[in-house]
Design a protein. Structure first.
Length: 211
């Protein structure tokens, strides 16, 4: 969802850094980017290893969420360019669609309702529904189960390294849609495609169904 359907990763990065600063930490953007889409216990462990045991990840996360909520309530949200066109094409092809997100379910649903797209998915799956979040494959395995498909018959569209790892680990084909960072060699090796734009996914879907 974040970074693929909606342009929230930039907001997340901004307020994560600001919240950490209020707690006395000079959080580097590259460290925050490494933790995109990561299970909270993994992020907590990482930040403590880099910034020391006094780094209160959960308190900083709560402050970041508060600031994001206020910002989004004031400024709203919009779908990323090309997403609506992909939706329309998927619906013409009668293909199933699922949201697979690290965002808590209630907040994810709030975003999706704000955009008026809650009825465009066969399933909406949050990492809060499974034992382990990304980069573990649990959330993608559960999403495939929810839509009654094998993971190897699914294409996951991901922007973050941890999301790519989760989808690849579940056995999905992975279309990488770069957002805040370009895919490194590891991501490219796990990805089946690197998208130049969201709309380029349409051609990939058409070719996949021809096989």
């Amino acid at each position: 969802m974040d970074g693929v359907l909606i342009d929230t990763e930039r907001i997340n990065l901004r307020f994560t850094i600001e919240a950490a600063k209020d707690f006395g930490f000079d959080l580097k953007p590259e460290d925050a980017l490494k933790q995109r889409s990561t299970a909270p216990e993994e992020s907590d462990r990482y930040y403590r290893s880099v910034y020391g045991e006094d780094f209160d990840f959960y308190a900083i996360r709560d402050e970041r969420r508060r600031r994001m909520r206020d910002f989004i309530e004031e400024n709203g949200l919009d779908l990323k360019e090309g997403v609506r066109e992909v939706f329309e094409h998927l619906e013409k092809m009668n293909l199933k669609k699922a949201v697979v997100t690290s965002t808590q379910y209630d907040r994810a649903m709030n975003y999706i309702r704000m955009l008026g797209i809650e009825n465009r998915f066969d399933a909406i799956v949050s990492a809060s529904m499974v034992e382990r979040g990304k980069p573990y494959p649990d959330v993608y395995l559960y999403a495939a189960e929810k839509i009654n498909e094998k993971p190897e018959n699914c294409i996951a569209v991901e922007d973050s390294p941890n999301g790519v790892r989760a989808a690849y680990g579940a056995g999905c084909k992975v279309a990488i849609f770069p957002d805040l960072t370009e895919p490194d060699e590891e991501m490219r090796n796990m990805g089946t495609w690197v998208l130049e734009s969201m709309e380029s996914l349409i051609g990939i879907l058409d070719k996949s169904l021809e096989k």
